[in-house]
Design a binder for this molecule. Structure first.
Ligand code: SME
Length: 160
């Protein structure tokens, strides 16, 4: 298992390209989903210095806070509520360039300015979401969506 990340590259795309295979090998040798979510949150934080990066898992009909890196966050989110609940309900990636313009956005921290939420689906059901917040507006684009979807669709579902 790689215990030290090597993230080279100037562009975001290059950094994701360097990171993804390392995340794959990181989780390949570990079956515990909490351990894997914890290391992935840490790796994404280290690679991109996101303001907040973490997971919410579907439990008892709600999204419940799971491993994350960053400031304290809300612990439970209802189906269809906020950006996370919307990504869960619609089973699709939601990119929010300006959180103040997203109806029903849940402000866990007022420093958060933009956000991306990517669902993790197993056998047709959303089992968790990956949520990333930036303290910069408009921080996320198709590159983030592409690579984070690879992570959430190819690497993680088999671990749930
Ligand atoms: N902003 C999210 C809530 C989770 S925090 O950002 C960590 C939302 O609207 O669902």
């Amino acid at each position: 298992m790689a215990e030290k990340l090597i993230i080279k590259g100037e562009s975001k795309k290059e950094r994701y390209q360097a990171l993804l295979p390392q995340l794959e090998s990181l989780v390949a040798s570990e079956t515990d989903i909490v351990a894997n979510m914890a290391n992935i949150a840490a790796a994404l934080k280290e690679a991109f210095n996101f303001f907040w990066v973490g997971f919410y898992v579907v439990k008892e009909g709600m999204l419940v806070l799971a491993p994350f890196q960053g400031p304290l966050a809300c612990t439970r989110i209802k189906f269809g509520k906020g950006v996370c609940g919307t990504a869960w309900k619609e089973a699709r990636t939601v990119v929010v360039p300006d959180v103040e313009q997203f109806p029903g956005h849940i402000a866990c921290n007022s420093a958060s300015k933009s956000e991306i939420v990517v669902p993790i689906t197993k056998t047709g059901e959303v089992v968790a979401v990956l949520d990333i917040d930036s303290d910069e507006p408009d921080a996320f684009d198709e590159t983030d969506a592409l690579f984070l979807e690879k992570l959430c669709q190819d690497v993680l579902p088999g671990k749930f």
